[in-house]
Design a binder for this molecule. Structure first.
Ligand code: IMP
Length: 183
């Protein structure tokens, strides 16, 4: 699905599929360089990080592994609930591994700060964060985010893995959801 297919549901297209792909290539090259000689395990947060994980790993030239967690997030609303529950845990032991948590978006950072303390307690050799999109509040978080795709305005966005009520994840572009859709 392209933004053009659902244009009346969007108030603006923030990043096109091409712009996203170009930025992904840059971040992938940076990770290849930073981790030269060390094999990375990427931990994705379902379901939103599916697209970014898939594109980021394929853009890399080094070996890289993946595992997934599922945590509870927004449900069908547009506000952070602050409630984080692990619905599916990792299959991999993190001890001694070089871990990068791959996120779709950081908004309040509530989900991530919970996840990071949970993952840190499993004694990885290193633990960093990559997020495709970051909202302004994320900058006030106490966790440092090493790789950011794009900083975006404080609006509810959809596409490239991000949903509203389960929809729009499969849109290739990133767009701001028009208020009439959720009003
Ligand atoms: P946080 O805990 O407030 O940082 O929110 C984290 C999660 O909320 C993300 O992983 C998304 O699943 C969801 N989320 C936050 N902002 C948006 C948005 O603008 N569109 C869609 N989902 C969002």
């Amino acid at each position: 699905m392209d933004a053009a297919d659902v244009m009346s549901d969007l108030s603006e297209v923030l990043y096109t599929a091409d712009e996203i792909a170009e930025r992904i290539s840059e971040v992938a090259a940076q990770i290849d360089e930073d981790y030269e000689g060390r094999e990375v395990l990427m931990v994705g947060v379902l379901n939103g990080a599916v697209m970014v994980m898939s594109d980021l790993q394929r853009a890399m030239t080094s070996h890289v592994q993946m595992d997934w967690m599922a945590v509870s997030s927004y449900g069908s609303g547009t506000q952070s609930s602050g409630v984080v529950r692990i619905l599916k845990d990792l299959n991999t032991e993190l001890e001694g591994r070089h871990v990068i948590v791959v996120e779709d978006i950081i908004d309040t950072g509530l989900t991530l700060s919970y996840l990071m303390s949970n993952l840190a307690s499993r004694r990885p050799a290193s633990l960093e964060i990559m997020t495709m999109f970051s909202k302004p509040e994320a900058a006030e978080m106490d966790v440092e985010v090493k790789y950011v795709g794009f900083e975006i305005p404080n609006q509810f966005v959809v596409g490239y893995g991000l949903d509203y009520a389960g929809r729009y994840r499969n849109m290739r572009d990133l767009g701001i959801l028009a208020p009439h859709v959720y009003a």
